[in-house]
Design a protein around this ligand. Sequence first.
Ligand SMILES: Cc1ncc(COP(=O)(O)O)c(C=O)c1O
Length: 399
Amino acid sequence: MNVSPPIYLDNHATTRCDPRVVEAMLPFFGETYGNAASTTHAYGTLARRAVEDARERIAACLTLPAQSVYFTSGATESNNLAIQGYLRRWNRPGHIVATAIEHSSVLEPIEVMRSLGYDVTLLSPEQHDSPLAGRISPEAFLAAVRPDTVFASVGLANNEIGVIQPLRQIAEICRAKGIVLHTDATQAVGKIPLDFSELGADLISFSAHKLYGPKGIGALVVAKRTPPLRLTPMIFGGGHERGLRSGTLNVPGIVGFAAAVELCCHNLQAESDRIALMRDRLFDLLKSGLGEEIALNGPSWERPGLRLPGNLNIRFRRLDGETLLLHLPQLAMSSGSACSSATAKPSHVLLALGLSEPEARASIRIGLGRFNTEQEIPIAAAAIINATHKLVQSNAILG
Ligand SMILES: Cc1ncc(COP(=O)(O)O)c(C=O)c1O
């Protein structure tokens, strides 16, 4: 039996490692297997050189000084290090501003900081009936700032509704008020044009597996400031990464990370245009097949610049997202529930937009990426339309 694999439409969750990235990594599992800290012999020095070369290449793509890039195991660790590392070092009472639609790896460490005595304001985004749904306006951010605000965390692009935040304006506010700004840029790096030197954030997290690189490797950028930003490490040991993150460096991962970042940066505009075109065609087909049965979650279709090129988040009028996905084994997509918990909770992002629990549960997230083809789009659309019609009809018969 020849069963074709499901069409992958979950590129916000992870991306396929690009074969060119795998190829770049291979020698570092084989002949160049040294520990990058063992610089007393050729194996170690070759590994060290590869790490520093990768750091420089990543930094060059993102317009950063190489020494501001610290390697971690991924964005979860980078977010924890930025938030806990900065605030534990600060170690004085203060106020934190973040958004209610951050990833859990931002929200959870902020809750830890709250339990240690920090005051926290979680900003609500523009509501679902606004054309700017999901956006945090600089005015709303400014209104949340207090004289004792020391730290802010605003994700550059959201992993569910794809909304892109006005980070430069928020960074200007932070700069003027002396607030340290962290941004979780995990969904944005490699997807939209970015010049980190102009972004104005002090701490920036991102991860290789969201940009066609390997899993288990990420980075935290600590911007060069006067006086320097000081962070307490979260992991102690051999003093790797200039004492900020101990642990033997993942040399193949780091080499793959650099190859992945370069591939994204060198082809960014053409790739994001191609992906956005496929996304637009998919939405057009779904709209013409399903009409009022679906609505868009997140920024309005008339504001394409506010949404990541590969993102689509759709709400069904009369269906549960999980049920629909169960009837679509030929497509790999994600529902509007956080399935990491045993009781799949409705997405906190969709709830923060002002959607009800049933509306959040009636939503699915589609993430298109580099390896999707134009041919897959009508196939995916037809599958979603047919499954929706079938389920709506059987629901109607069942009563
Ligand atoms: C916005 C965002 N931040 C952080 C993470 C966590 O990244 P990692 O899997 O590298 O720990 C993810 C991935 O799900 C994400 O989408």
